[in-house]
Design a protein around this ligand. Sequence first.
Ligand code: FEC
Length: 310
Amino acid sequence: MSDATIGVLVMSYGTPASLDDIESYYTHIRRGHPPTPEMLADLKGRYEAIVGGVFPLRENTDAQVAGLQAVLEHTAPGRYRCYQGLKHAQPYIEDGVAAMAADGIKEAVGIVLAPHYSSMSVGSYIKRASEAAAGQGVKMRFVEEYHLHPKLIAALTSRVEAGLAKFAPETPASAVKVLFSAHSLPERILEMKDPYPQQLLASSAAIAEGAGVTNWQFTWQSAGRTREPWLGPDILDTLQEVRTQGTAHVLIAPIGFVSDHLEVLYDIDIEAKDVAAKLDMQLERIEMLNTDPLYMETLAESVLSAQEKG
Ligand code: FEC
């Protein structure tokens, strides 16, 4: 590795390493407050329900980091080296920064595996990475968002088109309601003029336009189990509402997420599907991006442009 090697800190949410690790993971998410036994049992149950208790997010994040490294290597051989930094599991964001510093990296770009900016999501990853980088003497720049990157929109548009093709030929595409969704956040982000809701609407509109979809709406999912109000409507209520309005076919596009993990494999594929079945609706979901080449190129181009901006 040369002195000119630029580090790329690829940040993602993180997932437990094993079923035994769920408690400490959940405690970390709750900023050091251990969950009650009921909350813990509930979360364990959700992990157990997704393909027998495996943690797909770990594998998917590993594959995305490797995919990004491959595109960067192809574009600028030997210039970039990717490191992983997770929000709630090892290697933590601080571990990733320390690994870069230990390898002699002096300059780095940080990017989060989440396309939309909120001070409570991407902003909090960046804050932790910046603080760690300052402590380690690494100069860092960040990609704050890439929610309208043309390649990201193209990848999601083709997934919506493929999703619509899952409905029987006698169901016209116009009869399928496309529900774009993302992780809810506490309502107080609205007072902070957080760009998250607008960015999600902008991505949804761009994808809908690309796929020629006019029958769509945006809805929130996976709200936290805390007392304060979270952004709504929640997807489970939206399903009820659209059913009342006469919709019997929905395609869910969880565009706030980029890989298969608990919030998709449980919250949509089990919980929302169960509600849809009770309402006698057909619910389909778009494929997640995982290592889609267009997504890998979106990440690489965003890293390169952050680095070029200097
Ligand atoms: O597959 C996995 O193991 C992890 C899936 C997972 C992803 C994810 C993404 C986001 N979250 C965001 C915000 C919050 C806020 C709280 C919160 C809580 C949880 C809990 C689990 C969990 N989140 Fe998560 N999130 C994932 C998993 N998340 C498990 C705890 C139990 C529960 O509420 O279900 C509330 C924290 C608190 O209690 O104070 C806020 C946001 C994203 C999307 C952006 C990103 O990936 O960073 C925003 C994946």
